[in-house]
Design a protein around this ligand. Structure first.
Ligand SMILES: Cc1ncc(COP(=O)(O)O)c(C=O)c1O
Length: 491
């Protein structure tokens, strides 16, 4: 008999010696705690050839064991990673996670939660959905489901919209049988994952009308109304209006009140992508931006960006619970699923019936523990802190002779560029590209870049709970220094 109680010749994934495992586990925890504690002073590294040769190996038959495999993680993977956890990561929309979040992930993996339809898991899941509705001011009677992130949250909302508004039973006959082509409307600033959803839902990307924006990067309501009217004249079926609560480029918010009114008048589904921006609702100063969001038929939001939960968690809230259920309900005919689905409770709230996956990873546990541990005020303070940091950055840039803010700062994103002295558009673009390369190769992904109205620019997005004022000041100093050097002026 081995330490883990099984006979020789039998196999299991349990450790042969639980005490060895305990020691390794404690070491892992210590190492990761050190990593997070020292994250501010960690150098940015990229994998060397040696690292690559340690990582990319032939898979062995025997297995290399927990110790050896962990060593590769510790020495070759972790130190050469993108370091999203850094206090100076403002690229893309990248959440940083947290120490407690890391531990909560371990608890979830330990219990290997995969179901959320009964027992404590169901209570936790339902509680999280309630908390999210309350925090975001969404109607209490609405339903919702946790998904893997913003893309899936949008996909889920649009799937319900399609099925609810189609003039045929889409589940039975598919979009091939709709009598009129179904069209959707959003601004040209809408995240590309909406195109992907529309494509995957079989509606055809061309059915998504990407409409122009005003000077503040909000959808132009006049263009929207014209587009809907034109499509109706053509005999099409305008069925869904998509609003942005926080665009990825500039963090701007569409006039959601106006969009809600148009959707109501036109009997269209109103979907809001609030992947990160919905959380502006809990700020002190910028709640007004989200006005009208509560009128959405479906709202996509995630937790792994501005709420800094470990990656892989988003949420779709849907006002019409029956329509949501009707879109995804499946498995009721399958004998092998009967036990799981006949839970005799609130079947409309059973998350296995509200999104694509059947097995779930009990992700509600991390939202539950983190929300409960931190409380709403702490999250509200952090959201506010990020908004303040974005405005502080814009203010600092405004004081620099060589730098410009290049788009209105609506919430937590600043678009900017090094402008130098008397440089033309092309020269500015190429210097900013070089700044971007230099900073991100040597340091963390301090910022990313984008192009707005054909103009290349840098872009810093603040969802980082580790950022301090001095980091914001560092960004301005660093961009100025590199820019002046590249321009051939004294740094
Ligand atoms: C506004 C918006 N919507 C959707 C997404 C996609 O979310 P995810 O990356 O979680 O799939 C993003 C990602 O940055 C986003 O900014």
């Amino acid at each position: 008999m081995r330490d883990n109680g099984i006979e020789r010749g039998e196999e299991t994934l349990d450790p042969a010696d639980w005490n060895d495992f305990r020691r390794l586990g404690h070491r892992m925890l210590d190492d990761m705690t050190d990593y997070l504690e020292d994250i501010r002073s960690r150098p940015r590294r990229h994998p060397t050839e040696k690292d690559a040769s340690m990582i990319c190996v032939r898979l062995t038959e025997e297995g290399e064991g927990d110790e050896r495999t962990y060593q590769v993680f510790r020495e070759n993977i972790l130190p050469n990673s993108m370091m999203l956890a850094s206090p100076r990561f403002w690229g893309l929309v990248g959440g940083q996670g947290s120490a407690y979040g890391m531990m909560v992930e371990m608890l979830r993996a330990g219990m290997n939660g995969a179901q959320e339809f009964a027992d404590a898991e169901a209570l936790v899941n339902t509680q999280v959905i309630s908390w999210v509705k309350e925090m975001l001011g969404y109607p209490a009677e609405a339903g919702g489901v946790l998904v893997a992130g913003g893309s899936e949250a949008n996909f889920t909302g649009l799937a319900v919209a399609r099925n609810a508004k189609a003039e045929v039973d889409v589940k039975a006959v598919g979009v091939q049988s709709v009598p009129r082509r179904m069209t959707l409307y959003c601004s040209e600033e809408t995240h590309l994952c909406l195109d992907r959803s529309v494509e995957l839902l079989g509606l055809g990307k061309d059915s998504l009308r990407r409409l122009p924006v005003d000077d503040e990067y909000r959808i132009r309501v006049d263009a929207l109304e014209r587009a809907i009217a034109e499509d109706r004249r053509e005999g099409l079926h305008p069925f869904c209006l998509i609003g942005c609560a926080g665009t990825t480029n500039t963090g701007s918010f569409d006039d959601l009140e106006a969009l809600a009114a148009i959707a109501r008048r036109e009997r269209m589904w109103f979907h809001v992508d609030g992947a990160f921006g919905a959380w502006a609702h809990i700020s002190r100063t910028h709640r007004h931006l989200s006005r009208g969001m509560e009128k959405a038929d479906s709202l996509a939001v995630d937790f792994h960006k501005w709420m800094n939960m470990p990656y892989g968690i988003g949420c779709t809230l849907v006002r019409d619970r029956a329509a949501h259920f009707a879109t995804f309900a499946y498995g009721h005919e399958a004998e092998y699923l009967r036990t799981a689905f006949d839970v005799g409770e609130d079947h409309l709230g059973n998350p296995h019936n509200l999104a694509l996956p059947l097995s779930r990873n009990f992700s509600s546990l991390k939202a539950y523990m983190l929300l409960r541990s931190n409380g709403t005020r702490r999250y509200a303070d952090l959201v506010q802190q990020n908004i303040d940091q974005a405005h502080y950055l814009a203010e600092l840039i405004g004081r620099e002779r060589d730098m410009r803010v290049t788009a209105p700062v609506a919430s937590n994103i600043v678009c900017f560029r090094y402008a130098g002295q008397g440089l033309g558009e092309e020269e500015q673009a190429s210097i900013n590209r070089a700044i971007m390369d230099e900073v991100n190769k040597r340091e963390f992904m301090m910022f990313s870049d984008t192009t707005l109205n054909g103009r290349y620019m840098l872009r810093a997005c603040f969802v980082n709970h580790r950022t301090r004022k001095e980091d914001v000041e560092y960004l301005v100093r660093r961009v100025g220094e590199i820019g002046r050097r590249l321009e051939g002026r004294n740094p």
